[in-house]
Design a protein around this ligand. Structure first.
Ligand code: HSE
Length: 431
């Protein structure tokens, strides 16, 4: 073995340390598979003194990640710092501008600057690889970019945030509160440093922007994504979903429509019989609908040191082999600017939960408003009124309609004064 791939790693947290461990454990196989010996020759981390239980004796320490990124001691820069600006962005730009290849797990950086970084990689003939940025250990980036290159993809959707799936799973199965489950997710290390990124749907949106670009050949545009989180989902919704034959998941969905690529993140009712409904806890899953393969679902660990390191090492191996894929599947100038399909045009079924005032004619008035807006009801269930008999929970499920019709009908129902609280709306995703 004569050739060496010299790797610099910035960020030695859980994932960075796991990458070093995996490169060490798989050294012989990686060399045999790629024809190159992969050696960590440089590192940068906030606390060099911390005992990480890894052998870094062959690596030079750099206090500034940008110095590591530009160093002539490395061929490949691995960015595991995180954040969409600051040292992460500066060091990735510095490495690419110096003609080095970059591997990153940083979905926020890619969602915001992915196109500019891909241009920089093209201009300086380096690779920009990011398998670990979406769904941790699930190789969905390669699946979309290489594995499904012979398909026209119609829709890609998935559970892309383990924290949200963990919270929804435990609330449903154990009847626990949202706050208890979030606290446990933080203790277990699943959540982002700022958990509003998880529960507000923004982490899922960053990942969806990457998937949409790969699936549909469009430029990443996180601003085009309609984002709703899980913070308003209650146990009542989870129980009602189960009685109706559904389960609630936070999904990221990108799909072709006659109006452009619709990109949305929101709590979603999925049929209990679907593959995605079976995915519980911190596990992630991605389903692709495409013409040649029909439907494909990949399920696996979406977070955690070793699972994420698995994806990072796969990218390092590709670069060691000399593979330089266009980061988003096409040269940047061939990526289309996405036509934004506004949420108001979204078509699908809806679950609506109303706190209806217990007055004669209230149910009839609600049904009338729905009919006036062309909405056909698949089911309507009224529960016994609450203790003081003033308000009754009513759950409606609609046949396919548009978001605009639902919002207008609900505005009219609220204006009529028949409901005591803000209506809860959850979209239903067809299989
Ligand atoms: N906070 C993320 C999650 C980690 O919960 O899935 C992986 O991106």
């Amino acid at each position: 073995m004569s050739e060496i791939l010299r790797v610099g790693i910035a960020g030695l947290g859980t994932v960075g340390a796991a990458v070093v461990r995996l490169l060490d454990a798989q050294a012989a196989d990686l060399a045999a598979r790629t024809g190159k010996k992969v050696v960590v020759t440089g590192v940068s981390a906030r606390d060099p003194a911390r005992d990480r239980g890894i052998d870094l004796s062959g690596a030079t320490w750099f206090s500034a990640p940008t110095d590591l990124a530009r160093s002539d001691k490395i061929d490949l820069f691995v960015e595991l710092i995180g954040g969409d600006e600051g040292p992460a962005r500066e060091s990735v730009e510095a490495a690419l501008a110096a003609g080095k290849s970059v591997v990153t797990a940083n979905k926020a950086l890619l969602a915001k600057h992915g196109i500019a970084l891909a241009r920089l990689a093209e201009a300086h003939h380096g690779a920009l690889a990011f398998e670990a940025s979406v769904a941790g250990g699930i190789p969905i980036v390669k699946t979309l970019r290489e594995g499904l290159a012979g398909n026209r993809i119609e829709r890609v959707y998935g559970i892309l945030n383990g924290t949200c799936n963990y919270i929804l799973s435990r609330m449903e199965l154990e009847g626990l509160s949202f706050a208890e489950c979030l606290a446990d997710a933080q203790k277990l290390g699943y959540a982002e440093a700022d958990p509003t990124f998880d529960i507000g749907g923004f982490d899922t949106a960053h990942k969806l922007a990457i998937l949409a670009s790969l699936a549909f050949g469009v430029k990443l545009d996180a601003e085009a994504i309609s984002v709703e989180g899980i913070q308003d989902i209650s146990l009542a919704d989870l129980q009602a979903a189960s009685e109706l034959g559904y389960r609630v998941k936070l999904l990221g969905v990108a799909q072709r429509t006659p109006h452009g690529v619709e990109q949305r993140v929101h709590p979603t009712m999925v049929p209990l019989s679907s593959a995605i409904a079976q995915v519980m806890g911190v596990t992630n899953a991605v389903t692709v609908d495409a013409d040649a393969v029909n439907e494909l679902t990949l399920v696996g660990p979406g977070a955690g040191g070793m699972a994420t390191a698995s994806a990072v090492v796969a990218d390092i191996a590709d670069i060691a082999r000399g593979i330089r894929s266009a980061p988003f599947g096409l040269p940047v100038d061939h990526l289309a600017s996405p036509e934004k399909s506004p949420m108001q045009r979204h078509e699908g079924g809806y679950y609506i939960r109303l706190a209806v005032r217990n007055e004669i004619g209230a149910a009839a008035a609600i049904a009338t408003r729905m009919a006036e807006h062309g909405i056909s009801l698949e089911s309507i269930v009224q529960r016994r009124a609450c203790a003081d008999a003033s308000v009754a929970p009513v759950v409606l499920v609609t046949y396919a309609t548009t978001e605009a019709s639902v919002r207008e009908a609900l505005a009219a129902i609220v204006a009529d004064g028949h409901v005591a609280d803000k209506p809860q709306v959850i979209r239903i995703e067809r299989e």
